[in-house]
Design a protein around this ligand. Structure first.
Ligand code: HEC
Length: 476
């Protein structure tokens, strides 16, 4: 090999400029091509050996030994090239370990096949040949996995093939449940940068003057300045991983390249401001990225409703009868949740202000409470104030309710819809309503709540929609 190098150097002006390292790296790059030779020879050897068992083809036997000799030579060259490539690249160390040692194992087997029996025939050689072939398939698969990534063969396979192989995407991607707490860089981007770039770009080895192992290093950039700009298209870092892979500037120069999904995620991160703290909730997520987040990380970016996110044990069914007897109707909101809706049905002989206590054992279960025109008074609202999972509360047409009663509702930390239409509330209760940050819909039509009160509420809860209010009452 060394003499070959001097030979090439002697008359090729380009090679003369190559450094010693680069030359061996260059030889290493031939490994993926060279490995096909021993595979071909060993397959050929095993076939000839098998065929020559027939009496008619005894003459073939003379070929066995030379073919296995060629297998050994080819395996030797492949192993040398492979070791050179392994030295240079940033491959998954576990896979590399097995690929390397099993590959060397094949070299030993090829040697044995060649030397085993002078005529190269016989049971033991055939068995060894067959075993070597099986090992070859396995080693080849590991090699493919390192160059193309895990699941390379399955990624685009038809559905039934994926099912057969129980392919669920790469299981090594972490699962995230909540967009609110998933940090884009740290959780979604950093893992593949660490895996594919940091071996050459860290605090100790910073190729091109670039350290990609910390946010500070990324912001600092490399020898040629910043690697992140306002958009992905302008960013050196993005350009390097999306350019033609045969370019000398393509990153990574060896080892696993970024996959399509990773490039899309990187593009999204840079275009959303390349922040190291931003969570998924804080930015716009394009449709294709949404799909990637679900596929790769099981992260659903559709905002989940309270009822989808939360579960509660079923209410003791013996309670239902008592609640119904007290003048309410009660039933689960849907088949998929144990939260219930409760409605006042009204009854001349029953007063809600006395019966409301019946709901106490169910106070954690009540998500929707409909008490319109029930005659409920301020004091009875205390019981409602303890229903921590209440999402929707209808109190309209209850003229006994005043500002004082609203004070009882300030602990309803999940309440999103509150109807106070035609009650006796005014601006005075606005600070209390403003302390329910989950509020999204507030009906104050036909009350004394005016512009001032509504502004107080909106300044604290910008997302709230106030329906009715002074505009409506004034024009009436
Ligand atoms: C096998 C080592 C190796 C790996 C792995 C690698 N790089 Fe590099 N990188 C280099 C070398 C060497 C240079 C300097 C030569 C050049 O600029 O092309 C460089 C330069 C760069 C530069 C230019 C820095 C500057 O300012 O000049 C960027 C950007 C870059 N790499 C990004 C990446 C990214 C992103 C990855 C991961 C996909 C990666 N690199 C993986 C070796 C590597």
């Amino acid at each position: 090999m060394i003499s070959c190098w001097f030979f090439l150097r002697s008359f090729n002006p380009n090679v003369r400029n190559l450094t010693y390292m680069e030359f061996w790296n260059w030889i290493g790059r031939f490994h993926p091509i060279l490995v096909h030779l021993p595979i071909g020879f060993i397959v050929l050897g095993v076939i000839i050996q098998y065929m020559s068992r027939s009496a008619r083809r005894q003459g073939w036997k003379v070929l066995i030994k030379p073919v296995y000799f060629l297998s050994f030579c080819a395996a030797l060259v492949s192993v040398i090239a492979g070791l050179l490539l392994a030295r240079e690249g940033s491959y998954n160390p576990d896979t590399l370990f097995w690929h390397k040692w099993l590959g060397i194992g094949i070299l030993v087997l090829a040697f044995l096949l060649w030397r085993m029996r002078p005529d190269g025939s016989g049971r033991l050689t055939t068995a060894t040949g067959a075993f070597t072939l099986i090992l070859l398939i396995f080693v080849g698969h590991l090699g493919g996995e390192m160059t193309h990534g895990k699941d390379y063969l399955l990624e685009n396979a038809p559905g039934f093939v994926k099912k057969l192989a129980s392919y669920k995407g790469d299981a090594s991607y972490q699962t995230f449940l909540d967009p609110d707490s998933t940090v884009i860089y740290e959780d979604l981007i950093q893992p593949f940068v660490d895996q594919k770039c940091v071996s050459c770009h860290n605090a100790d080895v910073s190729k091109g003057g670039l350290d990609l192992s910390t946010p500070e290093g990324i912001l600092e950039g490399g020898r040629d300045g910043a690697v992140i700009e306002a958009s992905a298209q302008q960013s050196e870092l993005f350009g390097r991983v999306t350019m033609n892979p045969s370019s000398r500037k393509y990153m990574p120069p060896s080892g696993l390249p970024f996959s399509y999904q990773e490039i899309k995620l990187l593009e999204w991160w840079i275009n959303s401001g390349a922040s190291f703290e931003q969570t998924v909730t804080g930015v716009e997520v394009p449709e294709d990225v949404k799909r990637i987040l679900i596929q790769r990380h099981k992260l659903d970016t559709k905002p989940k409703t309270f009822l989808e996110k939360n579960t509660i044990e079923a209410l003791d069914s013996s309670l239902f009868a008592g609640i119904e007897a007290a003048g309410f109707s009660i039933k689960p909101i849907s088949q998929t949740t144990n939260f219930v809706e409760v409605r006042w049905k009204g009854n001349d002989s029953l007063s809600i202000n006395e019966q409301i206590k019946v709901l106490d054992p169910a106070k954690a279960h009540i998500a929707w409470l409909y008490l319109a025109k029930s005659g409920i008074e301020n004091d009875a609202l205390k019981s409602i104030g303890e229903m921590g999972n209440l999402l929707r509360l209808k109190l309209e047409n209850n003229p006994q309710i005043t500002d004082e009663g609203i004070e009882n509702l300030t602990n309803l930390k999940n309440l999103s819809s509150l109807n106070l239409y035609n009650t006796k509330i005014s601006d005075l209760c606005a600070p209390h309503l403003a302390s329910i940050p989950s509020l999204r819909k507030l009906y104050v039509w036909q009350t004394d709540m005016g512009e001032e009160g509504i502004n107080t509420i909106k300044s604290k809860i910008p997302n709230v929609e106030v329906i009715g209010g002074y505009e409506y009452t004034e024009s009436n």
